[in-house]
Design a protein around this ligand. Structure first.
Ligand SMILES: [Zn+2]
Length: 534
């Protein structure tokens, strides 16, 4: 007898073909059959999907759920949207390797995301994966190893690691690749990745390439220097081999990008594809995006470590200098557009969470720059963990990214929960309804793309690109990651004003054949696996 039989749904199988009426049979964690089964076919559990859409579980090509998973191993907000696989370790950040050089820093970051367990007990990449397996997690996870983590663990500071430090970084990368990492990620707008030279990245990525690894990058610049940043990306990617992903390839509104900057960047990507580099990009679903408040600081602030940086942030003379030198990352801040930046997770200032810096300045009857310096400095040595949500894009730019054939659909945030300390860390629908928003807003309301095309960009497209060979399609033999949702009832629920709510309309979710959402409720099951590079 079958384990699960999903009857009479509109099957959008992940290929992008229009949905067809059919059944999906599941046995031993795999899809056994897709099509019209005989009326006699039966299963331990039969789900009537009449009038519902049945599709593969969503694969987020760019997630940061590894930040919050230890505080939220059941991935409450994302699993209820049907996200069954999250590609994590992005933007240069993974929580391994960890050494004496980075343990305190990494513990501080994890603490920001609601982790209250013992001081990080793992060292290697493999031990980190093992720790998470022991805890158990609901979604599948596919891993990049973060260049920032590797650099911190090797004790590197400044742009020129010693030969010994470089060898140490190479060793960490090999260890992660041996343990099944997909490849290396970089975050070149953030500390410490932004210190790295192209040469360093080329050398490291050549090692990942030796394992047929992928290179994914939050590139160095996406405004005035976007074309150089893409050229650097392609150089590093080619040093690694054949496969790469440009993380959230976008241009933030009013930040000084050249004419047709985004289009030209995409043309460079397309030209590299034509020459044989399998490179794609991803986007996010909202005009707003998550960011790191310290990202606008020039590198010299952090050059002597976190304590010195905090002292600098308090010093009036340094503040005066910083007002003219913080022209990077979200450059609209430098132009005084403080209303576009909202504080998210400030342990020291919970009363300000969710407010824009324009509102904070008004409330405190202070200059927004001073509010900015105060909030960062008050966070102490964890100042780099302070998060913000920015209004980054126009609706038109969002639509062109979402509908572009070379873009997969991701969310670029971490799985949230309404319970526990993590609930306070993100106050935006990104964390609660980001995936569903593609279907409710961009498909249903705006008709930016067809439903089956959106599903393809959220399933088989990222799965194939990241080498997750048995995911992303509803086909016999594929892993049974399946979603059943009511397209008409699909609802973000979460709004900018009232973000703390779970999305509605996703009725059933299976991960590896196990029901993790049943009749819209989380079952508590944790059948997720690490999807390792083959
Ligand atoms: Zn990023």
């Amino acid at each position: 007898m079958l384990d699960v039989l999903i009857r009479n749904g509109w099957v959008a199988d992940g290929t992008g073909s229009p949905p067809f009426l059919g059944d999906v049979a599941i046995e031993d964690g795999r899809v056994a059959e897709v099509g019209r089964l005989t009326p006699e076919a039966t299963a331990q559990r039969v789900i009537d999907a009449t009038g519902k859409v049945v599709c593969p579980g969503f694969v987020d090509p760019h997630s940061h759920s590894d930040f919050s998973l230890l505080a939220n191993p059941t991935a409450e907000s994302t699993i209820r949207q049907g996200v069954t696989t999250e590609v994590v370790g992005n933007c240069g950040w993974s929580y391994a390797p960890v050494t004496k050089h980075s343990r305190e820093y990494m513990s501080g970051r994890l603490h920001t995301f609601g982790y209250d367990g013992p001081v990080i007990p793992w060292t290697t990449f493999g031990e980190h994966l093992g720790f998470l397996s022991d805890v158990g997690h609901t979604p599948n996870l596919a891993w990049f190893v973060g260049h920032n983590a590797i650099r911190l663990a090797a004790g590197v500071s400044g742009p020129h690691p010693s030969e010994e430090q470089t060898a140490t970084m190479e060793g960490f990368l090999r260890e992660a690749m041996d343990e099944g990492a997909l490849g290396m990620s970089t975050g070149l707008e953030f500390n410490p990745g932004r210190e790295a030279t192209t040469e360093e990245l080329v050398r490291l990525n050549a090692i990942a390439g030796g394992y047929d690894g992928l290179y994914t990058s939050h590139v160095r610049n996406r405004d005035a220097d976007i074309l150089h940043a893409i050229a650097e990306f392609l150089e590093v990617a080619r040093a690694g081999g054949a496969r790469a992903e440009i993380s959230h390839l976008n241009v933030r509104h009013n930040t000084g990008a050249p004419d047709r900057g985004w289009e030209r960047a995409v043309e460079m990507m397309a030209a590299a594809r034509a020459q044989g580099l399998d490179v794609l990009a991803d986007t996010t679903p909202f005009r707003e995006g998550l960011g790191q408040l310290a990202g606008i600081l020039p590198p010299w602030v952090a050059a002597d470590g976190a304590e010195a940086a905090v002292a600098r942030l308090r010093d009036p003379q340094t503040r005066a200098r910083l007002r003219t030198e913080c022209d990077r990352y979200w450059r609209f801040i430098h132009k005084g557009e403080w209303d576009r930046v909202r504080l998210q997770a400030s342990e020291q200032h919970p009363e300000l969470d969710g407010l824009s810096f324009a509102q904070i300045a008004e409330l405190q009857k202070a200059d927004p720059w001073d509010c900015f310096f105060d909030i960062l400095a008050d966070a102490g040595t964890a100042y780099e963990s302070v998060l913000v949500v920015g209004t980054l894009f126009t609706d038109e730019h969002l639509a062109e990214m979402i509908s572009h054939p070379l873009f997969c659909l991701g969310v670029d945030t971490f799985t949230a929960t309404l319970d526990g300390p993590l609930a306070e860390v993100i106050r935006h629908p990104l964390g609660y309804a980001g995936h569903v928003h593609y279907l409710t807003h961009h498909v249903r309301e705006c008709s930016t793309l067809r439903l089956e095309e959106a599903i393809r960009k959220m399933t088989s497209m990222p799965a194939a690109h990241f080498g997750l060979w048995d995911r992303g399609l509803l086909r016999a033999g594929y892993a049974a990651d399946v979603v059943v949702f009511d397209f008409d009832e699909l609802d973000d629920v979460s709004t900018t004003e009232q973000p703390h709510a779970y999305a509605r309309g996703v009725e059933h979710v299976l991960v590896n054949g196990v029901l993790v959402v049943d009749d819209g409720e989380h079952t508590g099951a944790r059948p997720g696996r690490h999807l390792l590079r083959r």
